[in-house]
Design a binder for this molecule. Structure first.
Ligand code: EPU
Length: 432
């Protein structure tokens, strides 16, 4: 069994370089299916979800070559729709972007059910509503997802009942090759939506409004290959900013787009952390800081991201007073609190709300990475705890963090990746 072992109480100092954004790289990698030619994608993070995506596409006939560190050439000219491995797509939530790309290029999609986390229910009704508006007929949604379109692709007006990143991506992918105009209302505004639109536009698409709540996709006949550089990962950047603050360290986080970090920066300043924004880096200084409590509600971008909620919760265990976190995206995302409580945190959870009584000393314990962000929050908890924290199920963390252990070690943390013999068959907790 693989574990990450952290010896706490060492402030982080120095600088760290942020990798390309996982949640931008995944839709762009799958978007290559729309292109009958070669795309060169730079700044692709070295994370497990990317490796699985490559494996899925190679199995469908794509040629993927590593050109340089983090740069890949992806050629989906010979991809055959409906041939993705069920076993592989079930390992990855983002594999549902194949619905949009297969439907968009070939007029039908047939894939296994996407995998992913169990931190909450993850309905796909808004995706389906989008495909139906675009002329799709859903033939199956049980073992596999099968959607067919009869005739030519035309545009549609789609209003999302909830702001959904995945739904917005899928409708963009499904409508980019068409003879009509598609309007997506109440669209997600995340930076990765803008990055996807930029990539597709370089390939010849005509998408406007990405980054606002109304996206207009004017259909085109064909796309061609391009070169694209993935944006920096704002969640990875935020994770290091919180880790630096929580350990009362001082760290410069390089290769970030400070604008993407505004909701976190504002909250960290409210809590008492000093933040200095430079062109493409942010300096976080919490040496000698007495953290103040705060209230946070997670919201779609530009609100405070749900993907930084567990990490922030760990920081707030160190604030003097009572903080409150309300989860505004998922019905529940607080499963990690039990582990945190075993480390000494005092937190009461009521479905969507956690009330954190701060100022508690944490003590190392054996804990589990229940999902990607909960897992990295446990690493941060380990960094501030007295003694040793061993985190298991680190598969979840490796899905989305590029060389977490190496980067933390570079900042002075005492953190190791170890392999221990299995005492009993290991139950891998499914995650995203
Ligand atoms: N929703 C519906 N119906 C739908 C789709 C979504 O009700 O058809 C609801 C969801 O249940 C949720 C809300 O809408 O309450 C937002 O879900 P969204 O579709 O935006 O999430 P997602 O696209 O499945 C992506 C990220 C997640 C991140 C969320 C929210 C990827 C691969 N995943 O998921 O990232 O939490 O957006 O920002 O981009 C992570 O990286 O750790 C992660 C979980």
């Amino acid at each position: 069994m693989e574990k990450i072992v952290v010896k706490g109480r060492k402030p982080l100092f120095g600088s760290v370089d942020i990798s390309g954004m996982k949640n931008a790289a995944l839709p762009i990698i799958f978007a290559c299916v729309l292109v009958p030619g070669k795309c060169v994608i730079e700044n692709i993070p070295n994370v497990r979800d990317v490796a699985i995506s490559f494996e899925i596409l190679r199995g469908m006939g794509a040629k993927i070559e590593k050109l340089a560190h983090n740069t890949y050439e992806i050629d989906c000219s010979d991809v055959v729709a409906g041939t993705s491995s069920c076993a592989l797509v079930s390992k990855l939530r983002a594999s549902y972007y194949l619905w949009g790309t297969e439907f968009g290029r070939f007029g039908f999609t047939k894939t296994g059910q996407p995998g992913g986390c169990n931190f909450a229910d993850r309905p796909v009704d808004q995706h389906i509503k989008g495909f139906e508006a675009l002329g799709g007929k859903v033939l199956s949604q049980t073992d596999c997802v099968e959607i067919h379109r009869e005739g030519e692709a035309t545009g549609a007006n789609i209003y999302f009942d909830v702001v959904t990143v995945g739904g917005t991506v899928n409708v963009m992918l499904a409508s980019v090759l068409s003879s009509g105009v598609t309007i997506i209302e109440n669209a997600a505004r995340e930076p990765h939506i803008v990055d996807l639109a930029n990539f597709l536009n370089k390939c010849g698409a005509r998408i406007s409004g990405a980054g606002t709540e109304i996206i207009k996709v004017r259909g085109v006949k064909e796309l061609r290959g391009c070169t694209h550089d993935i944006i920096p990962d704002m969640i990875e950047a935020g994770t290091f900013m919180i880790a630096a603050a929580a350990t009362r360290g001082s760290v410069t986080v390089n290769n970030v787009i400070p604008k993407h970090m505004e909701s976190l920066t504002a909250k960290l300043e409210e809590v008492g952390v000093k933040i200095e924004e430079l062109d493409d880096s942010i300096k976080v200084d919490a040496t000698n800081t007495k953290f103040r409590p705060t209230r946070i509600k997670t919201m779609p971008y530009p609100g405070f991201p749900t993907d930084m909620q567990p990490q922030m919760c760990v920081l707030l265990t160190q604030a003097e007073g009572e903080s409150m976190i309300t989860e505004g995206i998922y019905e529940t995302r607080f499963r990690y609190i039990d582990d945190l409580a075993r480390m000494g945190a005092q937190i009461k959870v009521d479905t969507r709300r956690a009330v954190i009584s701060g100022g508690t000393d944490l003590t190392g314990a054996d804990v589990t990475a229940l999902d990607l962000r909960a897992g990295v929050a446990m690493v941060i908890a380990g960094l501030i705890a007295e003694g040793e924290t061993a985190i298991s199920n680190i598969y979840c963390i490796e899905r989305g963090y590029d060389d977490l252990v190496g980067k933390l070690t570079g900042l002075g943390a005492d953190v190791r990746h170890i392999t221990v013999p299995d005492e009993e068959p290991v139950m891998q907790v499914e995650c995203e």
